[in-house]
Design a protein around this ligand. Structure first.
Ligand code: HEC
Ligand code: HEC
Length: 339
């Protein structure tokens, strides 16, 4: 409860500061985006990514996109934007991953429905940024004010995670926990050595074909090597939520356990778990979701009082179980019984 009050105070402060900025006539859409080597502006509206942050309208030349296999983040909807410097394009590197030009910026705004005291039906909570500078990639987060008119930079290198309690708008007094990740959490998913660049949702196996004009050579869409619709759905789910860590390349924590589409069956069906930090079990037992380690780690390990040894998966970035994960993984494991 205390935390909520504090949080409201922070929002209120943000709102006041932001009104002052408006009165001082801060230039709309200043040109940070034209030279990303500059320090990040304090307000999202000054990044140049949006023509109007209040309506989430992207600036001209900034491309909205939607990856076919999105990450589930505790029920938040996300609006994604990609901006490249004029005259540049995305290429392909030696490892087969996409390579972005210096000056590329990717942004993801997280919105949720029905939060107390905020404008509109879909209210923004945070906007995450990935920026490619000459010296490498930088991560950043902007936290939206209570009125949803502006978002403020959560400052500094290595900022800590921020736990929020988001109040239900229907007056039930219910609150939902929500975590804005700290920088180390961003890196836990994005810097996993799957490929040279930390971008995940614009990837050879997971990209929006509408982005084709932004590539040097438009990449061919990839078909998943699935034996059934249930398997295709499971592969897609794991692509969006797991393979940034479980990618099978050498480096990274437990990266050796690959959940990439081509390796999925060989690495899971009737295969024992291998992590010493985790529980013993069989990763996928055909026909038996409850007896499968994957299902246990994703669904049951998040139950309060869960008695087993599995760490909830994914280990960072979500606050509760994705109902789709239970349905999609369960349906796939059941479908394997008939083979
Ligand atoms: C639990 C893992 C996880 C964490 C933690 C995480 N991300 Fe991501 N992020 C992803 C995945 C997966 C995608 C691609 C799928 C999507 O967009 O839904 C993504 C997409 C993005 C994008 C769009 C560009 C891209 O890589 O696809 C940005 C920008 C971004 N994240 C920034 C951040 C920042 C900044 C943080 C820390 C505050 C962060 N992320 C924390 C997994 C994570
Ligand atoms: C942020 C990185 C990360 C993400 C994302 C992630 N995992 Fe893991 N996973 C790990 C690590 C590290 C371990 C080993 C440590 C442990 O078990 O405590 C692990 C262990 C596991 C294990 C048990 C060990 C084994 O050998 O079988 C399973 C099952 C698993 N993950 C499934 C998943 C699934 C399914 C997803 C997606 C829904 C997922 N993980 C997402 C990092 C991640």
């Amino acid at each position: 409860m205390k935390r909520t009050v504090l949080l409201l105070a922070i929002w209120a402060l943000g709102a006041v500061a932001c009104d002052e900025a408006d009165e001082a006539g801060a230039p709309a859409g200043a040109a940070w985006l034209d030279d990303v080597e500059q320090p990040l502006p304090q307000w999202l509206s000054d990044t140049g990514l949006f023509a109007d942050v209040r309506t989430f309208t992207p600036a001209e030349g900034v491309a909205p996109y939607y990856p076919p296999y999105p990450l589930w983040s505790s029920g938040a909807d996300k609006a994604r934007l990609l901006a490249l410097p004029p005259g540049t394009a995305i290429g392909v590197g030696e490892d087969g991953g996409f390579v972005f030009p210096v000056g590329a910026v990717l942004a993801k705004t997280f919105t949720l429905e029905g939060i107390e005291g905020r404008r509109g039906e879909e209210v923004a909570v945070e906007t995450r940024l990935l920026i490619k500078r000459a010296a490498g990639w930088t991560f950043a987060v902007y936290h939206w004010n209570r009125e949803n008119t502006e978002a403020q930079l959560i400052a500094g290198e290595r900022w800590p995670e921020r736990r929020l309690e988001l109040e239900d708008a229907t007056g039930t007094g219910r609150t939902d926990p929500y975590t804005v990740p700290g920088e180390l959490d961003c890196r836990a998913c994005h810097d996993t050595h799957r490929q040279a660049e930390p971008v995940i949702g614009v990837d050879p196996l997971n990209f929006d074909p509408d982005l084709a004009p932004l590539f040097e050579v438009a990449p061919a869409p990839v078909e998943l090597p699935a034996a059934s619709p249930e398997e295709a759905a499971a592969m897609g789910y794991l692509l969006g939520n797991c393979v940034h860590c479980h990618h099978g390349r050498e480096k990274g924590d437990n990266a050796a356990f690959s959940l990439m589409p081509a390796a999925l069956r060989a690495n899971t069906v009737n295969q024992p778990t291998a992590s010493s930090a985790s529980g013993d079990g069989i990763r996928v037992v055909p026909g038996d979701p409850e007896g499968s380690a994957i299902y246990e780690a994703v669904v049951r390990a998040r139950d309060p009082g869960y008695p087993g040894d599995f760490k909830p998966m994914p280990p960072v970035g979500i606050d509760r179980v994705d109902p789709d994960a239970a349905a999609v993984l369960g349906a796939w494991i059941l479908s394997l019984e008939d083979e």
